[in-house]
Design a protein around this ligand. Structure first.
Ligand code: FES
Ligand code: FE2
Length: 436
């Protein structure tokens, strides 16, 4: 409460200055600072298995309207949605063996925007080489189609991730989310991308939102390894070690104790890493399997300033693992699309919390606290990424030459197996300071 010397409480809403968001962190269009920084990275644009040569798909990435398609010979392509002739949408175009043909006058473009034919022009377009449909480079890996929208001379190799390679017998990669209409070009969220991304570095919301406020929301909680004490919101701050810098991003660790089958108790760490600029290495929040190799990456790709598309890949024996990630949080025992407005009020989840921050949260109105340490640290790293690009330097996680295999560390790890007495104190070690 703000009180003047005359005893007047001035903390009312009256006369507050207009609120604002941090444009440097959130706005992603061409020529914005963050937009330019994000254009130095590859971003998923479609699920490979869902992208067929049947129809083109409309999408929006970093504020640009695009069409993604796979030509009849199997090559994926990303081009501007507006046809270079007179602007009809290639969403209504026809996919052919060697490109996409506009519906209006039959101009056909290949996956690099070369005009192959101008159907109604003399000689099918004697000067068709001057027409170029703006396009972007794409590459496929891990079951996703990635696009690079930055300066051609700064294009890095497509990154590689150890957790998505070296598949064991029976394992596959799954990238097609089980949501009708969003299985090709990603799960759409209608608020700023950073609200979704920084949620991954907000550990305490799991204790309050997902367990205390709305009742247990993680499917199977209590039967698969996390004890109720793990979710105690009033002691969680003692158990978390924030702001562990990794080779590619940021991590927090949460210490907890697990009763072992032999009657002893083990100290465990829940480790959660994000990698810049927009990758979440989401640990398995439904099934606790200690010391398991990580198996899932999620990309939060900005569509524009007020919406994003989430893409994910899991390495698993069956697509059920991916389904659990997308549909693994229940609200009052129901899935998000089954809820009434009143049920959303009584049992809010991630969507209600994050979307209600607004299309772009108002940073000027925030009151950051101890549990926001990793959110603050992540924003600091993103600001440095933007600064580096502005200064002409390669930002974090941009490499040139051969792509190195990147490691991630997320999941539940045994710190001290077989303790006979319960230990509640977090004892960070020197090794905690940097985790590769
Ligand atoms: S507008 Fe596309 S061919 Fe004319
Ligand atoms: Fe959450």
């Amino acid at each position: 409460m703000t009180v003047t010397s005359s005893g007047q409480d001035t903390g009312t809403g009256y006369g507050r200055p207009a609120s604002s968001h941090d444009a440097r962190l959130t706005e992603v269009g061409p020529e914005t600072p963050m937009g330019e920084a994000l254009r130095r990275y590859w971003h998923p644009v479609a699920s490979s298995s869902a992208l067929t040569s049947d129809l083109p798909h409309r999408t929006r990435i970093l504020g640009e309207n695009l069409v993604v398609f796979r030509d009849g010979s199997g090559r994926p392509g990303v081009v501007f949605e507006r046809c270079a002739h007179r602007g009809s949408s290639l969403f209504y175009g026809r996919v052919e063996e060697d490109g996409i043909r506009c519906c209006y006058h039959g101009w056909k473009f290949d996956v690099q925007g070369h005009c192959l034919e101008q159907a109604c022009e003399p000689g099918r377009g004697l000067r068709r080489d001057v027409a170029r449909q703006p396009w972007y480079p794409v590459e496929e890996r891990y079951g996703l189609v990635f696009v690079y929208m930055g300066p051609p001379d700064r294009k890095p190799p497509l990154p590689r991730y150890e957790c998505l390679e070296n598949l064991a017998d029976g394992e596959s990669l799954f990238s097609e989310v089980p949501v009708p209409g969003q299985n090709v070009t990603g799960l759409v969220g209608d608020f700023n991308w950073l609200q979704a991304f920084e949620n991954a570095m907000d550990p305490v919301h799991a204790m309050w939102l997902h367990y205390t406020h709305s009742g247990p929301q993680f499917e199977g909680t209590g039967t698969i390894g996390f004890p109720p004490s793990y979710f105690d919101p009033y002691t969680v701050s003692d158990k978390i070690r924030y702001n562990i810098t990794t080779d590619h991003g940021l991590m927090y660790r949460q210490r907890w104790q697990r009763d072992q089958p032999d009657g002893t108790t083990a100290d465990m760490d829940w480790c959660f890493e994000v990698q810049l600029p927009n990758i979440i290495a989401l640990p398995d929040f439904v099934e606790v399997v200690p010391d398991r190799r990580h198996d899932c990456l999620i990309w939060i790709v900005p569509s524009d300033d007020t919406s994003y598309r989430a893409f994910m890949v899991v390495r698993a024996q069956s697509p059920d693992r991916l389904t659990r990630i997308v549909l693994g949080i229940k609200q009052n025992g129901k899935l998000f699309f089954e809820l009434t407005e009143e049920e959303k009020q009584r049992f809010p989840g991630d969507f209600e919390a994050q979307s209600s921050q607004g299309p772009i949260t108002q940073h000027s109105e925030e009151t950051l606290a101890t549990s926001d340490k990793s959110v603050v640290a992540l924003r600091r790293m993103l600001r440095k990424m933007v600064d580096d690009v502005e200064a002409g330097r390669d930002p974090i996680n941009v490499e040139h030459g051969q792509a190195q295999l990147r490691q991630v560390k997320s999941g539940v790890f045994t710190v001290s197996p077989g303790l006979t007495a319960r230990s509640t104190a977090v004892a960070p070690s020197v090794a905690d300071a940097r985790v590769g």
